[in-house]
Each structure stands twice: as structure tokens, then as C-alpha cells.
Design a protein around this ligand. Structure first.
Ligand code: FA5
Length: 347
């Protein structure tokens, strides 16, 4: 009987070695381990054996049965993997294949200059240890205003013309400062530093340096004993990395309810070299990077104790940065959809 059992296991292994489909595997299972299967037959024949023999042989049959079930499972899972691999091998598309385009008459696409500069900035910030966060375009009143120390009916709300939804609680975010609040909610315990790039929306008339849909990149750094000196050093380092040359900047007081003190950082207009043009509205300077020390109320709204922690925030105007970088004299070129303009940036 033990010999029979061994022979059965050998033929079971042989059968497994030839399996190619799930159906074949199911047949083998039924043939060897099924109710009317070969192992079941052996179990039945145990009835004729002596009680002593029945015990030893019964144990041997059970051990063999367990081993066979494990092997079945092993073969089943490797067959499954094999079938998936075969499928992947057959049904795939090479989305990186570019060469055939050259001869097809289809022109290759390129990145928009705002995307190019945004990605460069993200690399710079990542190298400085910042995280990159995102936030929704449709915001609620709390994240766009109240949590940023701009309570309802406060005149500072008029600083940003807003597209409200009918419920008067939701709006298209007017700045990426919303990501300050969402970042604090997510991070919870300082120290932390992050940036949040994205589109913002204002109900504004457009001119050479204003659009109704534009891009900003918010930044926030919270820790202990952070000072204005840290902020200025940080901004200078950032600008030297962005422009890779010396640019004239000036820092002047600026009012934003979510920072105290607040600053406007202007860059000397690179379109006219500071002489005055339509981009800088003839003043020779362009507002680029407003910033300041985070107001204690903002920290409180973000669940952070202002007695223990402080820090700074900034809001970079991405479109204007792109204009300065490439010498673009009208912001409306960026969203005009003219291919002759966009193609200049395709690599
Ligand atoms: C803000 O939006 C503040 N949230 C920035 C901030 C963040 C201040 C953190 C302090 C701390 P402001 O409205 O000035 O501020 O816009 C920031 C930048 O966005 C401007 O300097 C400018 O570069 C750009 N910007 C503003 N309005 C427009 C517009 N209509 N079109 C294009 N760029 C704009």
C-alpha cells in the first residue's frame, strides 16, 4: 500500500509537470484528490486492512494528501503568474516609442513654459528638503479666507476679486495660500516645509501682467525660532537658483492678513531693464514673491501652537516669473493658445 501511495504521488507530480491551463489543473485535482479520485479510492480500501495497518496507512495517506494539496496550490499560483506574464507580453503598447512620429507628419508635443518652470522650481525645492503638496481648485471659504486670518466682512477680502459659487461658501481659489492651511492640517507637527503649486482664479480684467487664471507657488516653513533673516536668506538663495545670475530685487513692506510682518519682494523688470514698460507699468519693478512671517492666528487655525512654533510663507507668481525668465512682454501670450508661441519652448 505504501508503494502504491508513492507511485500515486509520482504520477501526480508527472501530471503537474505538463500542466499548461487552469482546466488541466482542475482535472488533475479531480483525478487525484476529488471525491471519486485515486487517493479517495485508497482510503476506501483501507477498510480491508487490520486496525494496526489502518492507523499507519491512514496517517501516510493523510500526509500525502496534504503534500499534494500544497503542490497543487504552488502550481496554481505559478500558472496564474505565467498566464499574466503571457498576457502582458502580448497586449502592450510602447508609449515611449517616438521615432515613428518623425516620418508620420505628426508633430511632437512640448511642455508649456509654465510647466517647464514649475517643474524646475519643484526640483529646486525638493533639493532643499521641501515636500510638494496639492490642493483643490474649488475651495471653501474657510481655507481660502477665514483660516488665513481674513474673517467674513473683513475689507481684506476685497484684495482678491473672487468667483463665488451660488452657495456663497465655495469659490474658485484666489491664491495657493489655501495650501498653507491644508498643509498644516496634513502635517500636524512642525518642523515641516512644503510648497504647493497650482492654478488660481480671480475675477479681474486682463492686461499685460494680469490674467483671470494664472499660477502661483505657495511655500511654507514652520519650526522654532525662525526669523526674518532666515526668510530673506532663503528668498535670495531661491532667486539665485532660479535665475542662475544676479538679479536686482527689493523688499518693501506689504500687507497680507496671514503674515506679520509682511513684505513684497519685487524683481527689477527684466523686460525693460528697469527703465519702465507696459509689463512693469512704467515703474521698473515687478511684484514677484510676496512673503512674511506666518501670523499666529493662521497657525492656530492649522492646529499649531504659536507660542511654541513660528515660520514664514511666500506666494510666488509663476506666470510673471516665466515672463521674466523668457523675456515675454505680455502674460496673455501664455494662455493664448497660439502654436507659434508655444512651439518656441518645445525641446
Ligand atoms: C497673494 O496671492 C498671496 N496669497 C501671496 C502671499 C503668500 C503673501 C504667502 C504672503 C505670504 P498677491 O495677490 O500679491 O498675493 O499675488 C501673488 C503674486 O501672484 C503676485 O506677486 C503676482 O506675481 C501674481 N499675481 C497676482 N495677481 C495676478 C494676476 N491677475 N495675473 C498674474 N499674476 C498675478
Amino acid at each position: 500500500m505504501l508503494d502504491q501511495l508513492k507511485a500515486l504521488e509520482t504520477s501526480f507530480e508527472e501530471a503537474l509537470g505538463n500542466v499548461e491551463t487552469e482546466a488541466q489543473l482542475a482535472d488533475i485535482k479531480a483525478r487525484f484528490l476529488g471525491k471519486k479520485g485515486e487517493l479517495g479510492g485508497m482510503m476506501k480500501s483501507l477498510g480491508q486492512a487490520s486496525p494496526e495497518e489502518r492507523k499507519t496507512l491512514g496517517q501516510a495517506v493523510n500526509v500525502t494528501k496534504g503534500r499534494m494539496a500544497t503542490r497543487l496550490e504552488e502550481v496554481r499560483s505559478s500558472l496564474e503568474r505565467k498566464l499574466i506574464d503571457q498576457k502582458l507580453e502580448k497586449d502592450w503598447t510602447d508609449i515611449t516609442l517616438r521615432s515613428s512620429l518623425k516620418h508620420s507628419g505628426v508633430k511632437e508635443a512640448g511642455l508649456h513654459p509654465v510647466t517647464i518652470v514649475q517643474r524646475e522650481l519643484e526640483d529646486i525645492f525638493l533639493s532643499m528638503g521641501f515636500d510638494i503638496l496639492d490642493g483643490p481648485h474649488i475651495e471653501d471659504d474657510f481655507h481660502n479666507f477665514t483660516a488665513l486670518n481674513i474673517p467674513e466682512t473683513h475689507p481684506a477680502r476685497d484684495m482678491q476679486d473672487t468667483f463665488w459659487f451660488k452657495d456663497m461658501n465655495h469659490l474658485l481659489r484666489t491664491h495657493t495660500s489655501t495650501i498653507q492651511v491644508r498643509g498644516m492640517e496634513e502635517k500636524k507637527t512642525p518642523p515641516f516645509k512644503f510648497v504647493g503649486p497650482g492654478k488660481v482664479f480671480r475675477c479681474e480684467a486682463t492686461d499685460a501682467s494680469h490674467e483671470a487664471v494664472f499660477h502661483q507657488m505657495e511655500g511654507m516653513l514652520i519650526g522654532k525660532n525662525i526669523t526674518v533673516a532666515h526668510l530673506i536668506y532663503f528668498e535670495k538663495t531661491l532667486l539665485s537658483q532660479i535665475f542662475k545670475r544676479d538679479v536686482e530685487i527689493r523688499l518693501r513692506p506689504g500687507f497680507f492678513p496671514f503674515v506679520e510682518p509682511g513684505f513684497e519682494l519685487d524683481i527689477q523688470c527684466l523686460i525693460c531693464g528697469g527703465k519702465g514698460c507696459k509689463v512693469c507699468k512704467q515703474v521698473g519693478w515687478v511684484e514677484l514673491l510676496p512673503c512674511g512671517m506666518t501670523h499666529p492666528n493662521v497657525l492656530r487655525h492649522g492646529g499649531i501652537d504659536p507660542e511654541e512654533y513660528n515660520g514664514f510663507a511666500f506666494g510666488l507668481g509663476l506666470d510673471r516669473l516665466v515672463m521674466m525668465r523668457y523675456g515675454i512682454d505680455d502674460i496673455r501670450h501664455l494662455h493664448g493658445g497660439h502654436l507659434d508661441f508655444s512651439r518656441q519652448f518645445a525641446k
